[in-house]
Design a protein around this ligand. Structure first.
Ligand code: TMP
Length: 221
C-alpha cells in the first residue's frame, strides 16, 4: 500500500468520539507554536459532494446504497487530490488529521452494499501513516447518541454492532499494508482517549522534525 506520510486518520463507529478527539487535537496544536503546522478536516467533506452526502445521511435525500458509496469515493478523491487537499498539504510538511477516511467506506458501505463495491471504489487510494481506531461498545455509543438532536441513517444499535465487527475485520489489512494502526478503548473518558492518541501521534517523525527546527532556532540565537 502506498502511504501518505504526515497523514493521520481517526476512525470508529458513530458515537465513538472521533469528532470530540479532533477538537482536542486542534486545541493542542493551537496552544503550542513549536508543533508542526496542523490541518484538521473530515469526511464527508464540507465540499459540494460532501454536502450532498450529508443530506442523504440526514434522510432528506433518499439514495441507493451504491450511489452513496460512489459519492463517498468521489468526495474522498477531491479531499485527497483537490487544491488544498491532503496530498498537497502533507507534501508541504503539514500534519493532516482527518475525521474518517477509506476504512469508513469499507466498513459502512461494506455493510450496506456488500464487500465488493466499496473495495473497487477505494482500492486506488493511498493509506495514512497513522490510523486510530476508537473502539466502543455499541451500547455505550447508542447512549451517547441519544443526546444528539437528530439521528442519521446509520445511527442505530444493530447497525453499530456490525460496524464494530467489520472494523475489526478490515483493520489488519491496513496494518499489513504498512499503516500504523492504533486501537484505543473509546469507552474511557475523552481526556484519557486524548492522552493515548497524543502519545502515539508524538512518535511520528514529523514531530521530531519540528523539535529539531525549534532546537536549531534556539541554538542559533
Ligand atoms: P460523522 O458522523 O463522523 O460525521 O460521519 C458521517 C457518517 O457517514 C457516519 O455514520 C459514517 C458514515 N460514513 C460512511 O458511511 N462512509 C464513509 O466513507 C464515510 C467517510 C462516512
Amino acid at each position: 500500500m502506498i502511504i501518505i506520510s504526515n497523514f493521520v486518520v481517526l476512525e470508529g463507529g458513530d458515537g465513538s468520539g472521533t469528532t470530540t478527539q479532533m477538537g482536542q487535537i486542534r486545541r493542542r496544536f493551537a496552544a503550542d507554536p513549536n508543533l508542526p503546522v496542523f490541518h484538521g478536516d473530515f469526511e464527508p467533506t464540507a465540499g459540494p459532494i460532501g454536502v450532498l452526502i450529508r443530506e442523504a445521511l440526514g434522510g432528506k435525500l433518499p439514495l441507493q446504497p451504491e450511489t452513496l458509496a460512489a459519492l463517498f469515493s468521489a468526495d474522498r478523491r477531491e479531499h485527497l487530490y483537490g487544491s488544498g487537499g491532503v496530498v498537497e498539504r502533507c507534501g508541504q510538511g503539514e500534519l493532516v488529521v482527518s475525521d474518517r477516511y477509506t476504512p469508513s467506506s469499507l466498513v459502512y458501505q461494506g455493510i450496506t452494499c456488500g464487500e465488493e463495491p466499496p473495495e473497487l471504489l477505494n482500492r486506488d487510494f493511498p493509506g495514512p501513516e497513522l490510523l486510530f481506531f476508537l473502539d466502543i461498545d455499541p451500547d455505550i455509543a447508542v447512549k451517547r447518541m441519544e443526546n444528539r438532536p437528530s439521528r442519521e441513517i446509520f445511527e442505530y444499535r444493530d447497525f453499530q454492532v456490525q460496524v464494530r465487527r467489520r472494523y475489526r475485520e478490515i483493520l489488519p489489512r491496513f496494518a499489513d499494508g504498512g499503516v500504523r494502526v492504533v486501537t484505543i478503548n473509546a469507552s474511557q473518558s475523552p481526556e484519557k482517549v486524548g492522552e493515548e492518541i497524543w502519545t502515539a501521534m508524538e512518535k511520528m517523525p514529523i514531530f521530531k522534525g519540528a523539535g529539531d527546527r525549534v532546537a536549531g532556532k534556539d541554538g542559533a540565537s
